[in-house]
Design a binder for this molecule. Structure first.
Ligand SMILES: NC(=O)c1ccc[n+]([C@@H]2O[C@H](COP(=O)([O-])OP(=O)(O)OC[C@H]3O[C@@H](n4cnc5c(N)ncnc54)[C@H](OP(=O)(O)O)[C@@H]3O)[C@@H](O)[C@H]2O)c1
Length: 267
């Protein structure tokens, strides 16, 4: 059995209808897990499930809104009732909206925190209820490079992602004795629907590219390996960790030559 095999494992992936969540769900399925795909758009989830089934994977669909507390709390017991257990919770779904501080609203703040952080806490709490009697489980939260850095016009988003880092470490501390690990994946820049508003602005895209050590944006499939690793036996002794999958953004200050400045290398 491969160190990275997820054969026999049941995984719930939120935000699995597109982008990074879909890519990570596919990677888990390819590693052998039975995957439950979650998001709001049931039609889209069924399309993704059909694609995965063509590859021969067992997948299920469970549509619910992370802003509906009752629906969030009911999700894990429903999945355990249907499939018998839950081994992996991948809290990936999130929303992203920027605003200048003075234009920002409490509504945006609350919606961002509730979607990105509170729902992850509720799902982790309910997953832990199922995982503790099993004496095993993997909780993986998807943060961001702004889990450890700040950025302008991102009060709510950065706060939610810093909060996820704190939640990850706190859950790791509390659940370790039950054989449950909790880690986070912190993506950098990936061209998904989430950054769609900026996708056509080539100058902006280039400005971000200049800050990436690998000098390119990530492909969604490049997050899959981190998800499989953290969910698998290969990460049996890894907990409370934030795994940056960002081509070199959060741990590196990358200064590149710009027009009019010959080189920064001698600075
Ligand atoms: N893309 C990046 O560069 C980047 C960078 C750093 C971190 N991240 C993080 O990575 C994760 C995935 O990002 P992405 O780029 O793949 O985003 P995306 O393409 O916008 O996908 C977001 C996913 O979350 C689901 N979702 C959003 N709001 C929801 C709600 N209220 N209830 C249930 N599901 C909801 C969406 O499905 P429905 O609309 O059908 O509900 C969708 O499946 C997020 O946590 C994001 O913050 C992304």
């Amino acid at each position: 059995m491969s160190l990275f095999s997820l054969s026999g494992k049941i995984a719930l992936v939120t935000g699995a209808s597109r982008g990074l969540g879909m890519a990570m769900a596919q990677a888990l399925a390819r590693a052998g897990a039975v995957v439950v795909l979650a998001a709001r758009d049931k039609v889209r989830l069924e399309e993704v499930a059909a694609e995965f089934r063509l590859e021969g994977h067992e997948v299920h669909v469970d549509a619910f809104d992370l802003l509906d507390e009752d629906a969030v709390v009911a999700a894990v017991p429903r999945i355990v009732g249907r499939l018998g257990r839950l081994d992996i919770l991948l809290n990936n779904a999130g929303m992203y909206q920027t605003s200048k501080l003075l234009d920002s609203t409490l509504e945006l703040w609350r919606r961002t925190i509730d979607t990105n952080l509170t729902a992850a806490y509720l799902l982790a709490r309910e997953a832990a209820r199922a995982m503790i009697p099993q004496k095993s489980g993997r909780i993986i939260n998807v943060g961001s490079y702004v889990s450890v850095l700040g950025r302008e016009r991102m009060q709510a988003y950065a706060a939610s992602k810093h909060g996820l880092a704190g939640l990850t470490k706190s859950l790791a501390a509390e659940l370790g004795r039950h054989g449950i690990t909790c880690n986070a994946i912190a993506p950098g820049y990936f061209l998904t629907d989430m950054i769609e508003p900026a996708a056509d602005d080539s100058a902006l895209i280039q400005a971000f590219t200049n800050a990436i050590a690998l000098n390119r944006w990530g492909r969604p499939d490049e997050v899959g390996g981190a998800a499989v690793f953290l969910a698998s036996d290969a990460a049996s002794y890894v907990t409370g960790h934030i795994l940056h999958v960002d081509g070199g953004v959060a741990n590196i200050v990358c200064i590149r030559p710009v027009r009019g400045v010959a080189s920064c290398e001698s600075l």
